[in-house]
Ligand binder design. Sequence first.
Ligand code: NI
Length: 201
Amino acid sequence: MTKIEKVMIYAEKKLVTEVTAHDFSHSVRVMKLAEYIGGKSKLKVDIEILKVAGLTHDIIDKKVTNNVDATVDELIDTLSEIGYSQEDVAHVLNIIKNMSYSTGRTPNTLEGKIVQDADRLEAIGAVAIARTFAYGGSKNRRLYEEGDDMSSIAHFYDKLLLLKDGLNTEAAKVIAKSRHEFMENYLKQFLKEWHLEDLEG
Ligand code: NI
């Protein structure tokens, strides 16, 4: 079994109870998106770091674990046991601690910038729409209500529509373009139907 396969088994186990926005399939897509963006880079990129960070980035998120410090320690031990060097483990941790939108930070390595873009692409587009409503539902939030800035639709204006302008890499910007347009069209249609403005006559 490769080291990445071992990380996948660990990540799946940690995320198995997640069925909304941060489920295991999200982590696998972030891994694959990061690998794709890394492959487009003209600079040298450590693909293994991209994959490990992509797979594990949500495990230590406070939306997923109720004990962040203990989960960070466990992740460090697990990656070390799997056979990653101290330097690699530190690099992965540096990425996943600094990539979340809520921190307002950008990781300081190219690998970190790529994984951050991969995760942000998951918040732009059709899958992002599904993730937003599923997460909102799990938090008992409204779909939409005029003036309710906690509704799922409000989240598009607060965060999702802003993401494309904060991407780090050209490859991610290319992918984001059509995803962003799809979201804008979706919102137009949503509001039209919400207000029954699509009725004839
Ligand atoms: Ni994520």
